[in-house]
Design a protein around this ligand. Structure first.
Ligand SMILES: *Cc1c(COP(=O)(O)O)cnc(C)c1O
Length: 369
């Protein structure tokens, strides 16, 4: 049986009539950049996140960059984030001129270890960017407490966690600002690049909107320099249709994750842990394979037609791109260890019970513990 890692084709086939119609409408209205279709999505997504403002931007990386700039962060500042994430998180920090400061992970959740944040704070620290990795909320309450005590801003990197919930609060509504990616493979994906910054703070929303649009206050009146990072009308129209289905898709992802947990429980690998009072949305389903069996397991699954991935094989501070920070692998022991043991199994809403069962059966062929 061939099982892809994600199946965007199946999702399009299910929504084809609606999506095709929406794309033609955008073209008929020549509403290519921003415009009514992007605005309609921004309003709907703000409601979805339970915040007042949503600013559609070009992609998730720009969303983080723009949020940082809106908060006035730049050269001479330090921003704390987590060692295990996609490079976009730390890249956006560096893009502002600020210095990225990494914190090791909690080995159970793979999210930022909140116990280790305090020791990284200096008089230059301006913000913390927790990442809700794999769709599991970071432990926000202790982060908010540390931030408040030290006068720091909190920007949620919610690129993998659309619709996740932390203690009855929707992800995106917890920090000062939050950033989303609508890269096609994300839980809510466009048909190209797109992203958003959300916030309850009007001043920050206005600032983010200006920064994303050349610092404009009107057509040729630029109060500041910004960037060109706006949401396309076609992406807004597609996202607005898909947003209606997102709660149902998240439910299916959760159901699939629990099926995996059940089928895999006797095979010696470590299945994901959900912290108390959260609803994770399983952007990825990540298991841990000890005893150096990961390569063997991936090769076996590949031979059986099952795609897998690693998120991420090299932890951020260990990347060549961050050699200039002079870190040793022993500085981030848990992230470094996890990066050699984690493997992501196929996860998407349309994944069937039979497929999950089949994957589990093939995993059971390998003696892991
Ligand atoms: C995808 C992703 C981003 C960046 O989003 P793009 O839209 O690809 O620029 C940022 N952070 C995390 C954790 C991501 O997974």
């Amino acid at each position: 049986m061939n099982i892809p890692f994600v199946d965007l084709k199946k999702q399009y086939e299910n929504l084809k009539a609606e999506i095709d119609q929406a794309i033609f409408e955008v073209m008929a209205n020549t509403a290519f950049i921003g415009g009514p279709f992007a605005t309609a999505f921004e309003n709907a997504f703000a409601d979805f996140c339970k915040v007042k403002y949503c600013v559609g931007v070009g992609n998730g990386t720009d969303a983080i960059f723009i949020a940082l700039k809106a908060l006035g962060i730049g050269k001479g500042d330090e921003v704390i984030t987590v060692a295990n994430s996609f490079i976009a998180t730390s890249e956006a920090i560096t893009m502002t001129g600020a210095r990225v400061v990494f914190v090791d992970i909690n080995p159970e959740t793979y999210n930022i270890n909140v116990e280790l944040i305090k020791e990284k704070i200096t008089d230059k620290t301006k913000a913390i960017i927790p990442v809700h990795l794999y769709g599991q909320p970071a432990d926000m309450d202790p982060i908010l407490k540390i931030a408040k005590k030290n006068g720091l801003k909190v920007i949620e990197d919610a690129a993998q966690a659309h619709g996740a919930v932390y203690k009855e609060r929707t992800i995106g509504s917890i920090g000062d600002m939050a950033c989303f990616s609508f890269y096609p493979g994300k839980n809510l994906g466009a048909y190209g690049d797109a992203g958003a910054v959300v916030t309850d703070n009007e001043e920050l929303a206005v600032r983010a909107r200006m920064l994303a649009n050349h610092g404009r206050i009107d057509k040729y009146n630029h109060e500041i320099e910004g960037v060109n990072s706006r949401m396309d009308g076609i992406q807004g129209a597609i996202l607005n249709i898909k947003l209606k289905y997102l709660p149902e898709w998240s439910e299916k992802r959760r159901k699939n994750a629990y099926l995996y947990n059940e089928y895999l429980k006797n095979y010696g690998l470590v299945t994901p842990v959900e912290i108390d009072h959260v609803q994770a949305v399983y952007h990825l389903y990540v298991v841990r394979v000890q005893n150096k069996k990961r390569t063997k397991l991936q090769a076996h699954l590949k031979a059986e037609g099952i795609a897998t991935g690693i998120h991420y094989p090299i932890t951020l501070p260990n990347l060549i791109a961050y050699q200039y920070l002079n870190h040793k692998e022993t500085d981030f022991p848990e992230a470094t260890k996890a990066s050699s043991e984690i493997v992501s199994l196929p996860m998407f809403p349309e994944l069937s019970k039979e497929q999950i069962k089949y994957i589990a059966e093939k995993i059971s062929d390998i003696q892991i513990p």
